[in-house]
Unconditional design. Structure first.
Length: 55
């Protein structure tokens, strides 16, 4: 199939990019599109929580 290998490559790429960004002092958070559409408030709560931890 096409999709499973593509998703696995994307996940591997994301892990590599996360590591590089974290080494540069950048925090990465990701949300699935459906998470944002279904519960924007929870996504914002997660973001604000991370910001509050760093202040």
């Amino acid at each position: 199939g096409f999709w499973l290998p593509k998703i696995e490559r994307n996940m591997q790429r994301d892990r590599m990019l996360n590591k590089r960004l974290q080494e540069a002092g950048i925090t990465v958070i990701r949300f699935w599109q459906n998470e944002i559409k279904q519960n924007l408030g929870a996504c914002l709560h997660s973001i604000l929580g991370l910001i509050a931890e760093r202040q």
